[in-house]
Design a protein around this ligand. Sequence first.
Ligand SMILES: [Zn+2]
Length: 146
Amino acid sequence: MQSELLMLRTIARPDKQIILPPVIITEQAQAGGWYVEPERAQILIDGRCYPLNRGLIAISSSAEVDLDNVLAHEYRHHWQVMNGWQLDSVGWNAPGLSYKQKIIRYFSRSKSEMDALLFSLPYATEDQALEWQEWLIKEKELKGKA
Ligand SMILES: [Zn+2]
């Protein structure tokens, strides 16, 4: 828990005016991470109630998670909301598409997801993030030629 908070503070250092959300690690996290926007409500995760007044970042406890990358991605959504963005994720549910097609669809159709991806890339330690970026750049080049 301590190291996640330290990392979050490091990532958020240039944004002194932004109040940071708590970070929790849970088996319930969808995908690698999950961001909940601030609201006057509470959320129940792993039998514990968390206030959402500062928002919340939930990170998957799965060992496969590229922690700094996911933290940076979810923090960027917090930054976006604090700066008046509307989160416009198209969601992951697209039956019939391959994993690669889903990734391309997910990031290329959403301004907030693409921005979070680009923001988090410098924190990525796994090749996967670079592979996603490559897919997206190639897709853009193909569309540019068409
Ligand atoms: Zn996202």
